[in-house]
Design a protein around this ligand. Structure first.
Ligand code: PEP
Ligand code: MG
Length: 585
């Protein structure tokens, strides 16, 4: 039966494919495809894990005292039987062999399938045996976690395996888990939770594939392998579409491909407005390798390197200086002389770190307002200096800038600058090279920072407006919460006036300023930002050309009046009229 679900559009385009449902438990394990010549080794990993769990169960049985309740022995017997059952063993091995899933992925997939069978059983006692299967699979996963994996040998592409038709459907996907999908050829994403600028949405956008978030109940209503259409422009998901609908969307999809092809022609033309103002378009990246994509898309530099993604998936400790240095250097080298703005770690809120657990972070009453980003870095000076040293060392290999997230107070800026001086002093003492003129900038993403921007202008070399958080904190709307997503409004007069004020003050002080939040990559507001005086944009590489197209059609002189009207408008109808006038020029 065909039905339609509505959510929040976060990444444009149309995807048509089969639903690939990911259970929350499955997200805790690695998902990757193995090469044909790794199949035997992967199956051997399964058998080794099975043998180790069998040994565990035997040991449990041996340890049972004579007066232990008989249920204990029965429980061990049941688990041993499950562990040897063909439905678990053979089917998991088949998934490894036929779909080339890594063993952890195959096991969680098979657990989902078996879970579905159990749910349909009428007899309550038998239905509850599902928990036993889950426990056995958990034991197997634990055993596997201690064993080496073939991950390092994997070629992370599914394009040749027919998996490129898959659309991920999940209740929620943490940003760290999204990173795993960066290397997989999924065609789209649908999640029950999430807001327009949640980091999960941001990573989906950086993958350049259609995605809708906040599609309530999607992971419950959509079944494994259902044919679905994701309309990432409108946040719509159509399940089991009628043939005529499928035809219509296939047509729209091919139109979009054509549009994209046409846009490619703009890649090498200079980025300037009709009136000749030069505009700088840079890229936002999450991993060093993304720099390659940025170059290919025609970016003039990296305007925002979100380094916290390097720190995720590090279970016990943060990466050492050397590992960080290599990562930053790689991005700098890939940009080949174009500047790279490296933002220091911005963890917290929807980007927690595994290794932050111990300090009460996870139980913070309100993580978005708590010890996050620079606040956390300043509370961990040793960790911060390690990162600063790594960035400074990378600056010897090409133009690099340091960007600090979430600053609000003068003393935070001063402490940060002191620590940068300390990192430089250490490197000087060790005779290590770095760029002595390295520029240090601040994200303007807290309303207090925008209003008191003079504190920043007198202390720092450049500013970058983070509209995602600026909107979140100005409107008191959690950017990752779909229940308030309808109130997350980039065009709220308070937001627009804060952006305008920051741009104006920075210009007056002669301090370069860019916008690196999601607004920068939204062609619907390109004219407005240009009209407010913005000349530096940083966005996902996939957005560069469509924004460039808007810039090439823009005449700044003609924007003056409608933009002044937008800023003066407080009533929604007035604001809308001024925006429409601006778009019509
Ligand atoms: C922002 O807040 O606008 C920004 C660019 O940073 P992030 O999205 O990583 O919080
Ligand atoms: Mg931010």
């Amino acid at each position: 039966m065909s039905f339609t679900l509505h959510g929040i559009p976060v990444s444009r385009g149309i995807a048509i494919g089969r639903a690939y449902l990911i259970a929350p438990a499955a997200l805790d394990v690695d998902h990757y495809l193995i090469e044909p010549d790794q199949i035997d080794a992967e199956i051997a990993r399964f058998y080794a894990a099975q043998a180790s769990v069998l040994a565990e169960l035997e040991a449990l049985r041996d340890d049972l005292s004579a007066d232990a309740p008989s249920e204990m022995g029965a429980f061990i017997n049941v688990h041993t039987m499950i562990l040897n059952d063909a439905m678990l063993v053979q089917e998991t091995i088949d998934l490894i062999r036929t779909r080339r899933y890594n063993v952890e992925w195959a096991l969680t997939e098979q657990l989902e399938i078996l879970g579905g069978y159990f749910d349909e059983i009428e007899d309550e006692y038998l239905r509850e045996r599902k928990a036993d299967v889950e426990q056995v699979v958990e034991r197997l996963l634990k055993a596997l976690a201690g064993a080496p994996t073939a991950a390092s040998l994997v070629v992370h592409t599914a394009a040749s395996n027919g998996h490129n038709e898959m659309i991920v459907v999940a209740h929620d996907i943490a940003p760290a888990d999204m990173l795993q999908f960066k290397t997989q050829a999924f065609k789209g994403f649908v999640t029950d939770l999430g807001g327009r600028t949640s980091h999960t949405a941001i990573v989906a956008r950086s993958l350049g594939i259609p995605a809708s978030v906040g599609v309530q109940q999607a992971s419950v209503l959509i079944r494994q392998n259902d044919l679905i259409i994701v309309d990432g422009d409108h946040g719509i998901v159509i399940v089991d579409p009628a043939p005529i609908v499928l035809e219509e969307y296939s047509y729209r999809q091919s139109e979009k491909v054509l549009e994209q092809r046409k846009l490619q022609r703009l890649k090498f033309s200079p980025t300037q407005t009709l009136c000749g103002t030069k505009i700088e378009l840079c890229a936002n990246i999450e991993l060093p390798e993304d720099a390659q994509v940025a170059v290919e898309a025609g970016a003039m530099g990296v305007g925002l390197f979100r380094t916290e993604f390097l720190f995720m998936n590090h279970k016990d400790q943060l990466p050492e200086e050397e590992e960080q240095f290599e990562a930053y250097k790689r991005a700098v080298e890939l940009m080949n002389g174009k500047p790279v703005t490296i933002r220091t770690i911005d963890v917290g809120a929807d980007k927690p770190l595994d290794s932050m657990g111990g300090d009460g972070y996870e139980t913070a009453p309100n993580p978005a307002l708590g010890l996050r980003a620079i606040r956390w870095s300043l509370s961990e000076p040793q960790m911060f200096i390690t990162q600063l040293r790594a960035i400074l060392r990378a600056s010897a290999f090409g133009p690099t800038k340091i960007l600090i997230p979430m600053l609000a107070h003068a003393q935070e800026i001063d402490q940060t600058l002191d620590l940068i001086r300390e990192a430089k002093r250490q490197l000087d003492e060790e005779g290590v090279a770095y760029d002595r003129q390295i520029r240090v900038g601040a994200m303007i993403e807290i309303p207090a920072a925008a209003i008191a921007v003079r504190l920043f202008l007198s202390r720092l070399d450049f500013l970058s407006i983070g509209t995602n958080d600026l909107i979140q904190y100005t409107l008191a709307i959690d950017r990752a919460d779909n229940s308030v997503a309808h109130l997350y409004d980039p065009l709220h007069p308070a937001v627009l006036n804060l952006i305008a004020f920051t741009l104006r003050e920075a210009k007056r002080a002669g301090v370069p300023v860019s916008v690196c939040g999601e607004m920068a990559g939204d062609p619907a507001v390109t004219r407005l930002l240009l009209g407010l005086g913005l000349t530096e944009f940083s966005m996902h590489p996939s957005q560069l050309l469509v924004v460039k197209q808007e810039i090439l059609r823009s005449n700044l002189k003609a924007f003056e009046k409608p933009v002044a009207d937008v800023l003066a408008a407080y009533e929604p109808a007035e604001l809308q009229a001024a925006l429409t006038a601006l778009q019509k020029i």
